[in-house]
Design a protein around this ligand. Structure first.
Ligand code: ADE
Ligand code: ZN
Length: 327
């Protein structure tokens, strides 16, 4: 259709993408074989069949198990380059990739291995696909703030290879304030700051992410609608929300796409962006997320498509000169 051609053709940025969440079952099996790692699933089909999630934690358990096949820098490079190829096909011009170093360092994989592999993929994507990209290091919030500080120390020799930090993993019971000191340190270091908040957690977590962590964007944020005052604030301050529609349905944040609150968020004047989160697990890359929304929300048309794509470029951490070239 005309609209789906437009959705592909519009220059877009992807701002909420966990690179470990792009590991397709086929690549998991390939890397397991290459690295001599035993998997607890007999086949690609059996693994894919396990992708039936009831909430965030049920997904995270499978996601961390999948990441265990990543050992060498080449593995990280192969994974990320496969993502960039799909991103290019979807009309993505710029991608800011989350990575979870603690998932790897806790297994004995060195920080340098992770960052080197991802950095090489990003350089090749620029060269061969014309996509610009950046890395955002995420702290796992189910671990301690001390562990986050240690991770930051390990990453600082490679400071020039990442532009910011984020906060992900199990949200409930791990409020932003648990990481106030390490985020303050990252702020002093001139890093960009983002955090997952209001995916499963309450609106209060969105407020503390803004007020205590001083984040520049909220990842997810969909539960803001439980607090009308917060929605007003997010609209007034034009805080970007990196919403992940297919993820929200797969993790049962909303029962089906037609019940997602995206239309309400956009109508309230929030700076909403669409993103794929963990596309290998949630049934589609960025373009599929756009299409699923436009199929589910009959009131959305050309204007919303242009607005959402534009929001993603504006909300990115790309340099103003680069943004000017897109907008
Ligand atoms: N890690 C990977 N995907 C995530 C999500 N949607 N929420 C929290 N942590 C994550
Ligand atoms: Zn996420």
């Amino acid at each position: 259709t005309v609209l789906s051609k437009l959705l592909r053709a519009l220059p877009k940025a992807e701002l909420h993408l966990h690179i470990e969440g792009t590991l397709e079952p086929e690549l998991i099996f390939q890397l397991a074989q290459r690295n001599g790692i035993a998997l607890s699933y007999p086949s690609v089909e059996a693994l894919r069949a396990a992708y039936a999630f009831t909430d965030l934690q049920s997904f995270l358990d499978v996601y961390y198990a999948g990441a265990s096949v990543l050992i060498h820098a080449q593995d990280f490079e192969d994974m990320a380059y496969a993502y960039f190829e799909r991103a290019a096909a979807d009309g993505i011009v710029h991608a800011e990739l989350f990575f979870d170093p603690q998932t790897h360092t806790e297994r004995g994989v060195a920080m340098v291995t992770v960052i080197e592999g991802l950095t090489r993929a990003g350089a090749r994507a620029q060269q061969e696909l014309g996509i610009s990209s950046a890395l955002i290091l995420c702290f796992l919030r189910h671990l301690s703030e001390d562990a986050a500080f240690e991770t930051l120390e390990q990453a600082l020799p490679y400071r020039q290879h990442f532009i910011g930090v984020g906060l992900d993993s199990s949200e409930r019971g791990h409020p932003p304030e648990k990481f106030a000191r390490v985020f303050a340190r990252c702020r002093e270091l001139g890093l960009h700051l983002v955090a997952h908040a209001g995916e499963e957690g309450p609106p209060a977590y969105i407020e503390t992410a803004l007020d205590l962590l001083k984040v520049e964007r909220i990842d997810h944020g969909v539960r803001c609608t439980d607090s009308p005052a917060l929605v007003q604030r997010l609209a007034r301050e034009q805080i970007p929300l990196t919403v992940c529609p297919l993820s929200n349905v797969k993790l049962c944040v909303f029962p089906q796409m037609s019940e997602h609150n995206l239309p309400a968020l956009l109508a309230a004047g929030l700076k909403v962006t669409l993103n794929s989160d963990d596309p290998a697990y949630f049934g589609g890359y960025l373009l599929r997320n756009y299409e699923a929304c436009f199929e589910a929300f009959p009131q959305w048309g050309r204007a919303e498509a242009i607005q959402l794509a534009r929001n993603s470029l504006e909300a990115s951490f790309a340099a103003p000169e680069q943004k000017a070239g897109w907008l």
